[in-house]
Structures are given as C-alpha cells and as structure tokens.
Design a protein around this ligand. Structure first.
Ligand SMILES: Cc1cc2nc3c(=O)[nH]c(=O)nc-3n(C[C@H](O)[C@H](O)[C@H](O)COP(=O)(O)OP(=O)(O)OC[C@H]3O[C@@H](n4cnc5c(N)ncnc54)[C@H](O)[C@@H]3O)c2cc1C
Ligand code: SF4
Ligand code: SF4
Ligand code: SF4
Length: 403
C-alpha cells in the first residue's frame, strides 16, 4: 500500500471513534510516537494544536501507528492467533482455543477475602512478584479521589497488588499502564484487562509495535459482557436513584443481578436489566466474552468463591501449574460446576453476534469467509423481514383509514 493509502488517525476517527465502536482501550495512544493523543472520557482525542480533531499532520506524512494498533480497525486476528496458539480459531470454538478449563481458588485467606471470585488472579500475580519472576503487574486500581472509578496502575509489590484486587465494573484502560511500566524500566510484567484489552495488547505485538509489549510476559484476561458508564451507573444509578453512599460500598459483583455489598454487611440487589441501559455503547459491538487472546482467561460465571480459568497458552499453563505446585492456588474440576459452563457457553455464543459483518473488526467475530458471508446473508434476511413487517403495517393502517 502506498504511503498516502495507509490508514492513520483520520480513518481511525471516521471508522471507529465517530461510529462509537471504540472501546477506549488506549492502544492507539500507547502506539502514537508523536504523543499527540490522549484519552478523554474514554475517547482518544488529538491534543496537538497543529492537528484538527479528525485528522493528523503526521498521519498525512505517513505515520499510521494509531490505526495499526487499533483492535477495532482491521485487527490482525490471524497473526494474533497464529502467534499465541499456532492457528486461527475455528467457527465452532465459540470461546476461543484453550488447553483446558479449571476452577481455581487462592489458598491464602486474605487473598480470598479481597478477590472478586476465587482471588486466583491476585494470588498468582502476588506470588510471581514475591518470587521475582515478575518485576511489575499492570492492573486497574481504584482511584484515590473518585469512588468506584479505576485508573491504570503499575504495581511492584504484593501489598500494592492487593489494594487493586476485586472488580470494578466501569472501564479502565489498563494498556495505558504499559507506558508507566516502561517509564519504570520494568522488564517482566503481567497485564490484567477485560477481553478487549487482552486483544489490544496482542494486536500491538502482532503489528510489530513491540516497544511497549516486549516486557509483557503474561496476559491475564477477564471475561466480560459489558462495562458501565461511570456517570450513568455509579453517579446516576447507584448514588442518584438508589441513594447509596459510594464510600459505604465495599463490593459490587454481577451474578445474574448486580449485587452491591455495603460496609454494614447489607446486600442490595439491582436487577441487571435496570443496570444494562447504563452500559457503554461500545460494548454492544464487542464479539468476545471470554478474553480469547489472553494466556489465562478468568471469570466468575455466577459462582461463589471460585474463579473459572481457561488455560490457553503454554505460558499460561506453566504459570498456573507452578502456582498450584507452590500451594498458592488450589484447583477443582470445571465439570463440577455445570451451571457455570452453561453460562460461559451462552454468554460467549450471544456475544459473537454483537459485531456485524460490515464492522471494521468483523474478522474477530467471523473467522472464515464462509462465516462472514453467512452473517451477511442472515443480516440481509433480517432486514428484509423487518421491511416486510413494516410494509404490512403501513398497508393495514391505510386499509383502516380507507374504511
Ligand atoms: C469490568 C468487568 C466485567 C466482568 N464481567 C464478567 C462477566 O460478565 N462474567 C464473568 O464471569 N466474569 C466477569 N468479570 C471477571 C470477574 O469479575 C473477575 O475479575 C474474575 O473472575 C477474576 O476473579 P479473581 O477473584 O480471580 O480476581 P482478583 O484476584 O479479584 O483480581 C481481579 C483483577 O482485576 C483487575 N480489575 C478490576 N477491575 C478492573 C477493570 N474495570 N478493568 C480491568 N481490570 C480490572 C484488578 O486490578 C485485579 O488485578 C468481569 C471483570 C471486570 C473487571
Ligand atoms: S497518525 Fe501517527 S502521530 Fe498521528 S495520531 Fe496516529 S500515531 Fe499519532
Ligand atoms: S485503539 Fe482502542 S482507544 Fe484507540 S481507537 Fe481503537 S478501540 Fe479506541
Ligand atoms: S464488553 Fe467487550 S468492549 Fe465492553 S468492556 Fe467488555 S471486553 Fe471491552
């Protein structure tokens, strides 16, 4: 492709940001060599006074790193999957390729208490930090000034890691933490992020933008159906409508409903259907529930006190199995929780259809040309049915008026 044809900020803006499929993962900002992008309300924006908001002078001169980095604009899914599991996912591998799935729980009581589910993520990372196998972990940590909002954080000790344990259901652009890890000159880091973030990290590597991903030794993905908009969910719903004091909330979990645990031990249930309207728009375009490009993918899947872990790569397998041998975590057979497996199947299947065949990231949802063609056909049939139903309604209304 000639330089002038290469996609850059202009295309990223037109195809991903203005269409609201951008998930705010920040990979484009991490990749930008001229530091002209920043994240504002989870949208990357141009800060360079020489650039209009929808174009970039450097892009016109041939820089295309932001567009290459983006997992929503022609992502290199073939390369990612070749790199991590040696081949492309098949159509029937609805939650990606993996070696095995297992239930994991931290053996240390303190870890279980602070962990969202089985505390598996924090237990394994805390152990690797203490052993010196990792010199840092890029995670999401609760903001000190804004309750229930997270910020990307680089932790280097088990204590710092524990302070970031648990899940917050607003978005946190953890890949931005890769820049902080580089500033700290860390050489061996793990990164934790929801599905889109684990793919974002892989896409940077697949595109050869290795400066930021070279230190990444492990990608831990969190299964994810949606994140909520901070203003609409935390401020509007929890504080405004439900009258909750945000400082008194100690845990929020999603298990069929949103379960809010208060400092005094009360559990307040918010039906998921009441929270869903506050979900981020970009999640409606996300085809991956199970964090299919992570080394280890983790989810609670409606269980109490255990994390379901999908072991996807040799690295992930080695890491988990050494953690088990060291007595850091214990395992149970995933088949002992058939309900959790049913939830996994259901959510992963449903989420695949969120990306449409014409979306610029369609290859993430439809791994073969045949699957893509079938999706087009299905959408065309749906559109035709809708048009026919509308025409019938109009005809009936006209007939009524004529009587
Ligand atoms: C936004 C979000 C949505 C999720 N949706 C589902 C779901 O629909 N179904 C399901 O089965 N599981 C979901 N999970 C995963 C689940 O909540 C647990 O994170 C997972 O089971 C691991 O539990 P654990 O006890 O092993 O993790 P812990 O030991 O508690 O560690 C959790 C790690 O997650 C990081 N983290 C917390 N909040 C965020 C955030 N907003 N963004 C990125 N990283 C974060 C923390 O920094 C910590 O390192 C979701 C997680 C998040 C963050
Ligand atoms: S075109 Fe280059 S300089 Fe411009 S925003 Fe993209 S990466 Fe940055
Ligand atoms: S890389 Fe991430 S933040 Fe940047 S445009 Fe793409 S989805 Fe949005
Ligand atoms: S549903 Fe998808 S796009 Fe939305 S936050 Fe989760 S992983 Fe990212």
């Amino acid at each position: 492709m000639a330089v002038s044809e290469r996609k850059h900020w202009k295309h990223l803006y037109e195809e991903v940001i203005s269409t609201e499929i951008c998930c705010g993962c920040s990979a484009c900002i991490v990749a930008c060599p001229h530091k002209v992008l920043e994240l504002q309300d989870f949208d990357p924006i141009q800060t360079d006074p020489n650039s209009p908001f929808d174009n970039c002078v450097h892009g016109e001169e041939g820089c295309s790193l932001c567009a290459m980095a983006c997992l929503r604009l022609d992502p290199k899914v073939d390369v990612i999957e070749e790199l991590i599991y040696g081949r492309r996912r098949q159509v029937d591998e609805i939650y990606g390729k993996y070696f095995y799935k297992t239930l994991v729980r931290a053996t240390e009581k303190g870890m279980l208490e602070v962990g969202q589910d089985g505390g598996a993520v924090s237990a394994l990372l805390g152990w690797a930090l203490e052993e010196g196998e990792l010199d840092g972990a890029v995670v999401a940590g609760p903001s000190e000034s804004v309750p229930w909002l997270d910020e990307p954080r680089v932790v280097t000790t088990k204590e710092e890691l524990l302070a970031a344990a648990g899940s917050r259901y607003t978005y946190c652009a953890t890949p931005l933490g890769l820049k902080k890890a580089a500033e700290k000159k860390l050489k061996n880091v793990a990164i934790v992020g929801v599905s889109c973030e684990s793919t974002a990290v892989r896409n940077l590597a697949a595109e050869g933008i290795k400066r930021w991903t070279r230190p990444v030794k492990l990608v831990i993905g969190l299964m994810c159906t949606e994140t909520f908009d901070y203003d609409a969910f935390v401020v509007g719903k929890l504080q405004g409508e439900m009258g909750l004091n945000l400082d008194d909330i100690v845990k929020i979990n999603v298990k069929g409903n949103v379960i809010i645990t208060m400092r005094d031990g009360r559990e307040i249930i918010l039906p998921l259907k009441h929270a869903r309207p506050t979900a981020n728009e970009w999640c409606h375009h996300c085809p991956d529930f199970s964090a299919e490009h992570a080394d280890l993918s983790c989810g609670g899947l409606g269980m109490e006190g255990w994390t379901l872990v999908m072991v996807r790569t040799e690295k992930g397998r080695d890491f988990l199995e050494r953690g088990v041998a060291a007595g850091i975590v214990e395992l149970r057979d995933a088949d002992e929780e058939p309900n959790a497996l049913r939830v996994l199947e259901k959510l992963a299947t449903k989420q695949r259809t969120r990306a449409k065949p014409w979306d610029p990231h369609a290859t993430a949802a439809y791994p073969t040309q045949q699957a893509l063609d079938a999706a087009y056909e299905y959408e065309a049939e749906k559109a035709a049915e809708k048009a026919a139903a509308k025409a019938t309604k109009v005809a009936e209304a006209q007939a009524l008026r004529a009587k």
